[in-house]
Structure formats: C-alpha cells, structure tokens
Design a protein around this ligand. Structure first.
Ligand code: AMP
Length: 389
C-alpha cells in the first residue's frame, strides 16, 4: 500500500511517499519558495538526491512537480492508495485522525482562528491534493489530537469561563504525532508496556514542546492554544507575562501583525542571542564566549528542566525521559545540562552513551531510577500509519 504524506506550509510543500507494506520511505523532499519565479524542488528518491530551481506559482504546480518526479522514478504507473495530511490544529472537535470531507476542510479553515500561521496552508494543501487525487481517501492527522483528552484543570486558562467556552480558548498542545511516536518507541527500548510507563517526552527542535505521557496518553503539555506557549523556541518567545504584550504594543507602537511577528519570528533563541535561531550556531557562539548565546542556551535548558520537574509531579512519578527532534536528538550538551540537575529524581546519565552513541538508544546508567532515552522522531511515518489505520 503506497501512502503519500503531505505537509503544506504557506510557501512550502513537504512530501514523503511510504510503502506501508514494509513501512519504508521510497521518496521524500520538499518544494520551497512557492509563489516565486525561482522556487526550489529538492527530493531524494531511493537514495538519489535531486535539486531543481523552477517557477512554481501555487501549491498546485508544486504538487504537479513532485508527482512528475515520482511518476518518472518510483511510481512508474503504480497508484498511490491514500494521502495523509499533517494538520496543525484540530480545534475542540478532532481528537483523532479523520477521513477528509468538505466539512472537515471547512473546520480546518475555521480553526485557523487558533493557528493562523498554519491551518490555512494545511487546508490549501488538502484541497490541492484532493483535486489531484479525487478517487483516493485523504486523511487529516492533527498535531493537537494526542492532547485532546488532557483534563480540564490542565487545559483551562484563568480567564472568564464563558469566554473560554465561547471561543474555545484553552490549551490544545502540539507535536502530538511526535510525542506519541517517541513514547511508544521508548517503551520498546525499555522492553516494557507503554501502558505501564510514566514518561516525559521532550521534543526540542525549532519548535519545542514537552509532554507528560501517562500510560500512553497525554496528561499535560507545554504548548497552549497556539504553539507560542511553553519553552523558549528558535524564534518564538514561549511563556511570557501577557502584560509584556500590552506594554510592547504601546511603547513600540506595534499593531496586531507587529506584535505577532515579534513574538513568533524575532524572539526566542534568536531574540535573546542575537546570533541565530539555529541551535548549532548558538552552541558555536557560546563556546567562543558569546554571553548572549550562552544565556539563550541556558534559558532553553532551564525551561526544559522546569517542565520535567513539573511533569514528574503531574504524573506522580517518572519512569523515563525521552529526548527527540533536532536539538533533543543531537545536542549532547542540552541533554547533559538538562539531566545534570535532576539527580533528586534519581536521573543518572551515562556520559559515554550520551556523547558517542547515535540513533535510538538508552543514555542513562543501569542504576538510574529514571531511564533516559534518545529517539529520533518520525512524524511522517506516524501520519502514514494513521492513514493506514
Ligand atoms: P527540528 O525543528 O526538529 O528540525 O530541529 C531544528 C533544530 O535542531 C535547529 O535549531 C538545529 O540547529 C538543531 N540541530 C540540528 N542538528 C543539530 C546538532 N547536531 N547539534 C545541535 N543542534 C542541532
């Protein structure tokens, strides 16, 4: 069974084609800079890399360019059986993946009120793919779905109850496919059933979220109604006092777009360090003695540690901590620093395993009361699995 996974952004379209009989990726890549005369198509098909610069005015031409490459290489007449779509926000309605209908697409467009930067592009991607593949099932897989059942006391904000109800203002959480995937892999690594484990999963990448996974279910998570809340991120501020927003709007003369742009794109590690949003560059600058880069690095590790401590309480115990995403998977420094001050929980890292291993592994010592694992995430495979299910 061939499943095409699509992830549409406002000017990009990522894809991954899976053969789900073996759960292997046959081809993957993305089109970037859609809308410009010089857009980029980059893809890897059965190990061969291919790059092209071509004019791509809309998502329709982006998908056509991708399909042309696939048809000429891996597909060669074999049909695609289903398309899985990554959708950032499922609003209050969707607690599971869903077969796409017109009503579903309209809902996704409506829930742009919670994810204005993501949902319109996701809906556009679905409409484009449905026009290209009118006869196959399309499945929407929501980033928020895994957190759909977190208890009210963990998801309500302290605003008037009627307003929460009227607008659906509450914590939704994101990166759900990633948290679900790495929690399940951690159980396999530890040779224990997921339903018996209390895990804190740390998805630390450009976007960062932490999740308290109680016996396989999300009990709490650090992102909120939008992906802006929680830990400091590449360019997003994370949790701040809402009064900061009022003050900046007034004193910096910012309107809605101005403050949205500042908090989403100019803040976080980039805003603090002044160096970059890319953590590798921040690590490099920090090692060379750049104080602001050091501060950005320290803020990130401090925030992650705060959440792990909080979630050990939320879970009323802790069996494992799992690190994933670009920074979580690759930064030995971040993992060591986060875990160095968790000795009160009985966390003991094996420095050798932390520094020298690769891929999925346990990096805690044999006598650590809490296991620590590294699990590269695979959100696209999760979306393909959901599509098959
Ligand atoms: P993601 O959003 O999961 O793709 O993660 C992107 C982030 O991971 C960026 O900040 C990268 O700088 C960071 N990253 C990727 N590789 C490494 C590495 N080897 N060491 C430290 N950070 C890394």
């Amino acid at each position: 069974m061939l499943v095409l996974v699509l992830n549409a952004g406002s000017s990009s379209l990522k894809f991954n084609l899976f053969d789900m009989s073996k759960e292997i990726s046959l081809a993957e890549g993305m089109v970037e800079r859609i809308g410009l005369a010089e857009a980029n198509l980059a893809c890897t098909v059965e190990g061969d890399r291919h790059k092209e610069i071509l004019p791509i005015p809309t998502h329709r031409e982006a998908l056509e360019a991708i399909l042309d490459r696939l048809k000429a290489t891996v597909l060669q007449g074999t049909p695609i059986h289903a398309v899985g779509h990554r959708v950032v926000h499922g609003g209050p309605k969707y607690g599971d993946s869903v077969l796409v209908t017109e009503e579903v697409v309209k809902d996704i467009e409506t829930f742009a009120m919670y994810a204005p930067l993501h949902n319109p592009a996701n809906a556009l991607g679905i409409r484009t793919a449905m026009a290209a593949f009118p006869d196959v099932p399309h499945i929407a897989v929501f980033d928020t779905a895994f957190h759909h059942d977190i208890p009210d006391h963990a998801r309500m904000y302290g605003i008037p109850y009627e307003l929460s109800q009227k607008y659906g203002i509450r914590r939704y959480g994101f990166h759900g496919t990633s948290h679900a995937f790495v929690a399940a892999r951690t159980a396999i690594l530890l040779c224990r059933p997921l339903r018996a484990l209390k895990i804190v999963t740390c998805h630390i990448g450009n976007g960062t979220s932490i999740c308290a996974v109680n016996y396989g279910k999300s009990l709490d998570t650090s992102m909120g109604m939008t992906p802006l809340q929680g830990v400091i991120m590449g360019t997003r501020c994370g949790t701040i006092d809402p009064s900061v927003v009022e003050m900046l709007m007034e004193y910096e003369h910012l309107d809605y777009n101005g403050i949205t742009d500042l908090l989403n794109k100019k803040s976080g590690l980039l805003g603090i360090s002044g160096v970059s949003s890319d953590f590798r560059e921040i690590e490099r600058a920090a090692e060379q003695g750049n104080d602001r880069a050091r501060l950005a690095r320290d803020l990130l590790t401090y925030n992650v540690r705060q959440y792990i401590g909080a979630y050990a309480t939320v879970l009323d115990g802790l069996d494992a901590i799992t690190f994933t995403a670009g920074i979580g998977t690759h930064s030995t420094f971040v993992r060591a620093k986060v875990c160095s001050k968790l000795s009160f929980l009985g966390v003991k890292i094996d420095p050798e395993a932390n520094e020298h291993g690769t891929g999925e592994r346990i990096i805690s010592t044999a006598d650590s009361r809490v296991a620590v694992t590294v699990v590269p995430t695979n959100e696209e495979l999760m979306i393909a699995r959901e599509t098959v299910r």
